[in-house]
Write a protein that binds this ligand. Structure first.
Ligand code: SAJ
Length: 416
């Protein structure tokens, strides 16, 4: 009933808190002393509704302790980042480091679960060799499995509890022990498989979305050339019971969907052609948006552009890998004058204004890059009074084109 969680980020911290709440004695470890110190002061470095209260509660009850060094436990969960190197290969340093850290604490019958997203065969080819340095016989004295996280930030607790979970052990016993552990709080089904399959399940889910979004983006470009409305066409196609085309946009952001396909590509570069092509298509979208915007504004001398949205998707405060940020940087490099507005982003950002009116005041064009709900309700009449030139470009299909045209706007919607 002792659990040690390595990595106290978006996944590790809520996971540690949940296990502590469900009766385990949990010790959370982070290699960053600043993170540990702030958590001990009951300050959170990540935002998630409900997390802080729950963490304080389990800490006060002595169910959760936090430090920079592991402790002896029955089970270890590794939930550290797996960033991508500049050559698009996975950086497994944090995983290897976490595994090495726990070596002196491992005992007979310990269980090690990796939650971090990793390239296929990482458990078998990277993690197991490190853990075998403990001297314990893997699969007989030490049990190992992969159980990838698949939760959506913002809905973390709900998804942690209710989503189905995949558990892939290096053998049956490892899988069973892992399933028993998660059953403490998971209400979704727990599906048992082998470690490499579990690794691929996680990567395939996000790759499916990336490829599907690339297809939607390609349809959008075709629509612009052939003269039809891609949004209307996708909506109608999706009435078919076996079709679910995703949404076009300025590109794919976040730290998962834009990254995970590369983990497959790394291990199968000659075969993963569609996966590679989809990554290229989605990564090229910010350039496409910039070139279309330049064409749209070519008759205006030294235009001022009001950017709406920096976050990588709607209604969140996360700018990681955001296509909006890529578009802004490209425009800035080309010397455009920009005003940037995103009601969700609190951190400083060049040319950012705190209110919407200041962003659009005397601008020549509004450019919508994020689908925040708030942007659906912008009033074209009000905007037409503020702007110097009545133009708007919408890359997320959040505005009603006809309403804006009625107010005298020249409108360019991606894919129409
Ligand atoms: N996007 C589009 N068109 C779409 C859908 C998304 O352009 O039709 C863009 C979004 O604007 C955003 C990016 O793709 O820039 C990714 O957004 P997302 O909402 O699809 O996914 P993430 O990255 O927030 O979270 C995903 C989720 N995976 C799946 O839905 C299969 C989540 O469940 C995973 O836990 C997470 O990745 C992860 O950690 O891997």
């Amino acid at each position: 009933d002792h659990l040690c969680v390595l990595g106290l980020g978006y996944i590790g911290l809520p996971t540690a808190v949940m296990f502590a709440k469900h009766g385990l004695k949990v010790h959370g470890v982070d290699v960053n002393p600043k993170v540990v110190e702030s958590l001990l002061n009951k300050e959170l470095h990540i935002e998630e509704p409900g997390l802080k209260e729950m963490m304080i509660d389990v800490m006060n009850h002595g169910q959760l302790t936090i430090g920079t060094e592991p402790q002896i436990a029955d089970a270890y969960i590794i939930a550290v980042p797996t960033p991508i190197n500049s050559d698009k290969s996975a950086n497994l340093d944090y995983v290897i480091n976490a595994a090495e850290m726990i070596l002196p604490y491992l005992r007979e019958n310990s269980l090690v679960v990796l939650e971090s997203t990793v390239p296929p065969r990482t458990i078998e080819d990277v993690l197991v060799p490190v853990l075998s340095k403990s001297g314990l016989k893997i699969g007989e004295q030490l049990f190992v499995s992969h159980s990838p996280e698949r939760v959506l930030p913002g809905k973390l607790f709900e998804e942690l509890v209710n989503n189905d979970r995949v558990v892939g052990g290096i053998n049956e016993r490892s899988s069973q022990m892992t399933a028993e552990l998660y059953k403490l709080f998971v209400k979704g089904n727990i599906h048992i498989t082998d470690a490499t399959t579990a690794e691929m399940v996680k990567l395939m889910e996000n790759t499916y979305r990336d490829v599907n979004i690339a297809l939607a983006n390609e349809f959008a470009k075709i629509a612009e050339n052939l003269g039809f409305n891609v949004w209307e066409a996708i909506r109608l196609a999706n009435y078919h019971p076996r079709v679910n085309i995703h949404r076009p946009g300025p590109g794919v952001g976040g730290h998962c969907i834009a990254v995970d396909p590369w983990f497959i590509y790394e291990k199968a570069p000659t075969t993963a052609q569609l996966i590679h092509m989809s990554r290229m298509i989605n990564d090229h979208m910010p350039d496409y948006v910039v070139s279309k915007l330049e064409e749209f504004l070519k008759d205006i001398n030294d235009p001022v552009i009001a950017i709406l949205g920096l976050a990588f998707k709607g209604n969140i405060d996360d700018m990681r890998e955001s296509p909006a940020v890529h578009v802004v940087n490209k425009l800035r490099k080309k010397g455009y004058r920009l005003r940037v507005y995103d009601p969700y982003i609190n951190q400083p950002f060049d040319d950012k204004t705190v209110d919407f009116d200041a962003a659009i005041d005397s601008a020549d064009c509004i450019l919508i890059l994020t689908d925040h709900d708030q942007f659906k309700h912008i009033d074209p009449k009000h905007s037409s009074k503020k702007l110097r030139t009545a133009r708007i470009m919408d890359t997320r299909n959040v505005i009603n084109k006809t309403l804006w045209e009625l107010e005298g706007f020249k409108v360019y919607s991606l894919g129409m």
